[in-house]
Design a protein around this ligand. Structure first.
Ligand code: ADP
Ligand code: MG
Length: 309
């Protein structure tokens, strides 16, 4: 997944750890688009040619990705692959592509041109050159599966951390009031400075931000969340969005969706969905805490000012 994966358990248990890492590896092998062979790659390689039948787990993740892409009126688009591959942000060769190429690739990113057949569990990309990219939700999905594996082994306390997609199980102590502490990075800090600490129990904490994968060209910052309307990185007031939710898939979906919506639109949505909480870090050094009932936030960097709804 191009990131560090870590598992924290209260009691050391190699069998459980191995089972979790094996399941993560298995899913990465199915979902990656950064290698030539995977289930998602077999769909992409058959674009414009024929449907491809995939395993039920991959199919159900693709179904959810399509639902979010089509019915959410957001910038989330799992057909964004051709543009991700063009920009190569976070990979060798990253650079601003010629505008003409961006325009051409935009024509290959319509999620309506992806046909799902539930009976055959098959996926068909109707145009040659189309590519599915599940980068915005794969880690969340995989973290939820890892939690199920832990439950299978009767492990109900711990932390699964997939490069910033943090899923906490239970609380660290038997004491009801003990919380896991999840650091929220200070955007663009050269060391590992934190802007704050999020304290949660039994919750997922997922951040989408512009400060992990980006490059600078001609004094302009280009980051890895692309606007499917323009083909360029989304441009708004946010450095990052962190979503606190029950499932990590949900957190991964909404952290990307909220990033695209920006603070005001996301706040309206969150007011109607109290089960979700979010922390917005604005470029102007404001931190907005929305629905703060599901977590405790401790400010570390006093440059930031907190606003709460
Ligand atoms: P992170 O990878 O930091 O966890 P996200 O969950 O926000 O961040 O996902 C960003 C990834 O999603 C990109 O690296 C790319 O693979 C893919 N992506 C980029 N733009 C979009 C978009 N508009 N909709 C869906 N996926 C996207
Ligand atoms: Mg995401």
């Amino acid at each position: 997944m191009g990131t560090t994966v870590s598992l924290t358990l209260i009691e050391p248990n190699d069998t459980v750890a191995q089972a979790v890492f094996d399941s993560i590896k298995l899913l990465e092998d199915k979902l990656t688009v950064n290698r030539l062979i995977s289930e998602v790659m077999s769909i992409n390689l058959a674009a414009g040619s024929h449907p491809v039948t995939v395993s039920s787990s991959v199919f159900s993740l693709i179904e959810q990705a399509q639902k979010v892409s089509l019915h959410f009126n957001s910038c989330f688009n799992f057909a964004i692959g051709p543009l991700v591959k063009l920009w190569k942000i976070g990979f060798n060769g990253q650079q601003v592509p010629p505008a003409k190429l961006i325009k051409q690739r935009l024509l290959l990113t319509d999620p309506n041109n992806i046909e799902l057949d539930t009976n055959n569990r098959s996926v068909f990309l109707k145009k040659f050159g189309m590519e599915i990219d599940l980068g915005a939700i794969a880690k969340g999905y995989i973290a939820d599966v890892a939690k199920l594996i832990l439950h299978k082994y009767q492990v109900y306390q711990g932390i699964i951390n997939l490069g910033g997609n943090v899923l906490t199980l239970g609380s660290p102590l038997t004491n009801e009031n003990s919380y896991w502490h999840v650091g929220l990075k200070k955007p663009f800090a050269t060391d590992d400075k934190l802007s704050g600490v999020i304290k949660v129990k039994n919750k997922s904490v997922v951040t989408s931000g512009i400060y992990e994968r980006f490059f600078i060209q001609n004094n302009h910052l280009y980051h890895h969340i692309l606007d499917p309307k323009t083909g360029y990185p989304l441009d708004n007031e946010l450095d990052s969005v962190t979503v606190i939710s029950n499932s990590s898939l949900e957190g991964d979906i909404y952290s990307t969706v909220f990033y695209g919506w920006g603070l005001d639109n996301s706040r309206k949505y969150l007011q109607k969905h109290q089960n979700l909480s979010a922390i917005f870090l604005l470029k102007n050094k404001t931190i907005a805490l929305i629905n703060p009932d599901n977590f405790v936030f401790q400010l570390i960097d006093t440059q930031y000012k907190i606003i709460t709804d």
